[in-house]
Write a protein of this length. Structure first.
Length: 119
C-alpha cells in the first residue's frame, strides 16, 4: 500500500509564497517521475511541474519562472516552491508519482491540498 500525502497549502496574498510538500510512504522500491497538478473550480486538471528521478524538470507555461519543483529521493518527497503567487493560481494542488513496489509499477495520486491566493 502506498500513500502520497501533501501539505503546505493555505491562504496567501497575491505576490506571496508557499511551499508544498508531498511525501510517499509504504513498501516502496523506487520512485520515478514525480508531478504536481492543479485543478481550479470548473476547470480541467492541468500539469504544473514534473521532475525526473535524476532531477530534470519541466514546467507549465503559466508557472515558469515563478514555481520550482524539487525532490529528496532519500525522503521520498517532492516539493513545489511557489513564488509571486497570483489569484489565478488558486486551485487544489495534487501530487502524482510513478512508484514501484517490488516489481510492479503504477501511478499514484495524493488527496490534494488547497491553495487560495486572495487579498
Amino acid at each position: 500500500q502506498v500513500q502520497l500525502v501533501e501539505s503546505g497549502g493555505g491562504l496567501v496574498q497575491p505576490g506571496g509564497s508557499l511551499r508544498l510538500s508531498c511525501e510517499a510512504s509504504g513498501s516502496i522500491s523506487s520512485i520515478g517521475d514525480m508531478y504536481w497538478y492543479r485543478q481550479a473550480p470548473g476547470k480541467l486538471r492541468e500539469l504544473v511541474a514534473k521532475i525526473t528521478r535524476g532531477g530534470t524538470t519541466h514546467y507549465g507555461d503559466s508557472v515558469k519562472g515563478r514555481f520550482t519543483i524539487s525532490r529528496d529521493n532519500a525522503k521520498n518527497t517532492v516539493y513545489l516552491q511557489m513564488n509571486s503567487l497570483k489569484p489565478e493560481d488558486t486551485a487544489v494542488y495534487y501530487c502524482n508519482a510513478n512508484i514501484v513496489l517490488g516489481s510492479i509499477g503504477r501511478n499514484y495520486w495524493g488527496q490534494g491540498t488547497q491553495v487560495t491566493v486572495s487579498s
